[in-house]
Ligand binder design. Structure first.
Ligand SMILES: NC(=O)c1ccc[n+]([C@@H]2O[C@H](COP(=O)([O-])OP(=O)(O)OC[C@H]3O[C@@H](n4cnc5c(N)ncnc54)[C@H](O)[C@@H]3O)[C@@H](O)[C@H]2O)c1
Ligand SMILES: O=C(O)C(=O)C[C@]1(C(=O)O)C=C[C@@H](O)C=C1
Length: 294
């Protein structure tokens, strides 16, 4: 655990699963005094206040950031640029600004365009943890325990700001890795964004089969486990697709080529090839699961 100093006034723009959970983790660690929450609707902000996530609520992002030493932008990716442009003139001169978005190159570009001189203290971040739920009601302080957070600062990013954000993630139980935004986007396209495309598209396809009632009536654990992530927020995933479209299209092409090959093996009744693929996949997944448990 790092010996990071407390945040005096934290402005949380977007009070949902990720931002709310980070704040609850920081509260658990005794590392935040006052949290101002900013959202589009008062109903979610009222929930956040009742749950002890935020102290004050506003629907005006400019009001939220005034006097804040840390600004956390935790909105869908399409809203990051507009939010940063809106708050720019109200940021404290030494405020550290960070985000939690699931793609990073688009966020860096947004920050460079919107923040002017403040962009040096903008630290792009992405916690690799979450679930299919949304809103302040879904937030919980343990979400980042033993999870990873990727930061993608540039050479020009203020190192003190990077250390501050890294320390605040470590304080909620996460381990922090750093890499370039481009590398982040390639990696996450493969293991996070592509699986969401598969889950959404499988459920959508089956829902349009003419005998769908029969199909879903006999679906069980396998279908439930494979498709849990198709219950995720459509607005958020629309924005992730659009923000990381180049890397995602490459990943989808590679996957479709391999799926076509498997289809051909199934059609041809190539038992050895099918079993080989399944063995290789099972071993790979077992190694991955062991890393989660270690
Ligand atoms: N859900 C996950 O598993 C996960 C994991 C890691 C990162 N992320 C990223 O975190 C960010 C937030 O995701 P989440 O799961 O917390 O979503 P969420 O829906 O739970 O919370 C986002 C909140 O932002 C609000 N919002 C939207 N536009 C806004 C605006 N212009 N101004 C103020 N508030 C606005 C929404 O009303 C909502 O309350 C996204 O960028 C997502 O890519 C999500
Ligand atoms: O567990 C889930 O439901 C998630 O979607 C979490 C998940 C992922 O693992 O793909 C989704 C998006 C992120 O940016 C990080 C984590």
């Amino acid at each position: 655990m790092s010996t990071v100093g407390p945040v005096k006034r934290l402005a949380l723009i977007g009070v949902g699963l990720i931002g709310g959970s980070w704040v609850l983790g920081l509260r658990r660690a005794g590392l935040v005094s006052t949290v101002v929450g900013c959202g589009r609707s008062m109903a979610n902000l009222d929930t956040a206040r009742e749950r002890g996530i935020i102290d004050d609520a506003t629907t005006d992002p400019r009001e939220a950031v005034r006097g804040a030493d840390l600004v956390v932008v935790a909105v869908p990716l399409g809203a990051v640029g507009p939010v940063l442009a809106t708050v720019r003139d109200d940021l404290a001169p030494d405020a550290v600004i960070t985000d939690v978005g699931s793609a990073k190159a688009s966020v860096l570009a947004d920050a460079a365009e919107a923040l002017g001189e403040h962009s040096a203290r903008f630290v792009p971040g992405h916690p690799i943890a979450g679930n299919e739920k949304s809103g302040a009601a879904a937030a919980f302080p343990e979400l980042f325990d033993n999870r990873r957070v990727i930061l993608t600062p540039e050479d020009s990013t203020d190192t003190v700001a990077v250390e501050r954000v890294a320390g605040l993630w470590e304080a909620v139980g996460a381990s922090v890795a750093r890499m370039s935004a481009a590398h982040h986007d390639d990696v996450l396209a493969a293991t996070s964004h592509l699986p969401h495309m598969l889950a959404y598209s499988l459920v959508d396809t089956l829902s349009r089969w003419s005998d769908r009632d029969e199909v879903f009536a006999y679906a069980a654990g396998g279908f439930r486990d494979f498709t849990r992530i198709a219950s995720s927020d459509p607005e958020m995933w629309r924005d992730i697709c659009l923000a990381n479209r180049d890397a995602l299209v490459v990943a989808m092409d590679r996957y479709m080529a391999d799926l076509s090959e498997l289809r051909e093996q199934v059609r041809a009744g190539d038992a050895a090839a099918i079993e080989n693929l399944f063995r290789h996949a099972r071993e790979t997944r077992e190694r991955f699961m062991a890393t989660l448990e270690s």
